[in-house]
Ligand binder design. Structure first.
Ligand code: 9MG
Length: 284
């Protein structure tokens, strides 16, 4: 397994040998799985610190819920939620901070406050100027595949061949990023589990992740299955706070099939599971 490097705003992040863990920090009053727990500055910063202690390699901070059916918030509202947390956390930075946003104005302010990665769940479909911000700051840019918007994605007619659709969509996002001057070494790709896919298609994407990894072999591959509804459905419609074991199973399956970075809420459990999965992978 060769060690490769992902170019971020102020460092290179090695990936390929050890799977990297991106800890989720939602600073929203209504996020689907941690429903407003971290909506005060002190609590949010304390949770970031805790995830770092548990072994997170990146913290992904989001101020707008991407929960299915959720409405968007204004850039001003999003900025008020995320910038103070980034400023406080970046001041003590040991690991890079990622900003989970689809808005270029939020990305710009977050990068100025100390973030080093932009995580765009729309893959530049909502606001292509995000790519200009990534290029200007030489920041990392996560291009995630999605269909529709968080408000409409569960009502979309399903596509027949989800693997081909994800590969097509990601190629389009990478082309837009390149047109705006983003260096290829700054891009990470993500199949977008749960975003406009059926429960069966989410399983198919995890099962056949090696095909996506092969198609985009020069890019780090990130995946987020944490607490998502396809897991709840498999376990008999359990709520988000009862999906930890299912999350770990889907995370390990993703790692064995080629994921380099996993986005999770429960960092300690994921770090331990991945240590074992990585050891098995290295023994292949
Ligand atoms: C913000 N967000 C929610 N789910 C996600 C996923 O699966 N990947 C990425 N990159 N971001 C996500």
């Amino acid at each position: 397994m060769p060690i490769r490097q992902w170019k971020l705003a102020r460092r290179w992040l090695p990936y390929g040998e050890q799977t990297l863990v991106m800890g989720v920090l939602n600073v929203t009053p209504d996020s689907f799985s941690d429903g407003g727990q971290f909506d005060s500055l002190d609590r949010a910063v304390a949770h970031a610190t805790q995830m770092i202690r548990e072994g997170a390699d990146v913290i992904d901070i989001g101020g707008e819920s991407t929960r299915p059916g959720s409405a968007s918030v204004s850039a001003e509202e999003e900025l008020q939620r995320v910038v103070p947390v980034i400023e406080r956390r970046a001041g003590q930075a040991s690991i890079p901070i990622s900003i989970d946003t689809t808005k270029s104005a939020v990305a710009r302010a977050a990068l100025a406050a100390g973030a080093e990665i932009i995580n765009d769940i729309s893959g530049l479909r909502f606001d292509p100027l995000i790519a200009d911000e990534a290029a200007r700051a030489s920041a990392g840019l996560v291009l995630m595949h999605s269909r529709g918007t968080p408000k409409t994605m569960q009502q979309l007619p399903p596509v027949n061949d989800i693997i081909s659709e994800v590969i097509r969509g990601l190629r389009e996002s990478i082309a837009v990023a390149e047109q705006h001057g983003v260096a290829l070494e700054s891009i990470a790709i993500d199949p977008g589990i749960g975003f406009g896919k059926s429960a069966e298609q989410n399983l198919e994407l995890i099962a056949k992740l090696d095909q996506v990894a092969h198609e985009f072999a020069e890019f780090p591959l990130l995946i987020g299955t944490s607490r998502k509804s396809f897991i709840g459905k498999l376990l008999g419609d359990v709520p988000a706070d009862q999906r930890l074991h299912g999350t770990i199973a889907s995370t390990v399956a993703s790692v064995m099939n080629g994921a380099h970075i996993v986005r999770v809420h429960d960092v300690k459990a994921a770090v331990e599971a991945i240590k074992v999965a990585d050891a098995v992978r290295r023994t292949r």
